[in-house]
Design a protein around this ligand. Sequence first.
Ligand code: AMP
Length: 210
Amino acid sequence: MKKRVILLGPPGAGKGTHAKSLTVAMHIPHISTGDMLRDARSRGTELGKQADSYMSSGALVPDALVNGIVAERLASETNGYLLDGYPRTIAQAEYLSACGEKIDAVVLIDVADDVLIERIVGRLSCPNCGAVYHRTNMPPKVSGKCDACGKDLVQRADDNEVTVRQRLEAYHKQTQPLVDYYDKLGLLSKIDGAGSVEDGFAQLKKVLEF
Ligand code: AMP
């Protein structure tokens, strides 16, 4: 089984959704820099304050800020991890490698831009447990409430069409070069993320050998 895994893909590809199931199936922690930054922002920490304007506009937070929080977190993980939303630039990938982290697999979840926009604009998340829903494609059983913990669902502040287009542009310009970078290292696999969650998960199971 691959134990040090990077999930790569545009916003809305399903990285967070799959990571929630993978972390249970593979017994490795889910490390999402987006979740860590949102947490820092809601707690009003110095990092949260510095990251806020970038996140609200759909731009990437500067490498130095993100690298710092990841390094701290990875140092405490000895049994592998599932990285979701990191690295997002070549500089971040080089930093990860310079930290001595040996990655076993990088999986690109591939989805076309028009599908992503429709998915993200309808997305609802649980601020308590992180579960993700979609207004029409994957609605909660009780409208507006999380199936798992019953808390009120929210729409992420950056899940609106204007910001989504910025996030997609940042992805294509800054993150997509990582596809080639990891392919050249012989680590990259690609799955088709346009279908159902079950279909995507079955493909991940094969690629990650669990
Ligand atoms: P996500 O939840 O992964 O979609 O991330 C939400 C936002 O957090 C992004 O649009 C960025 O502003 C910021 N962010 C998350 N991870 C990174 C990263 N690795 N590098 C730079 N910015 C990030």
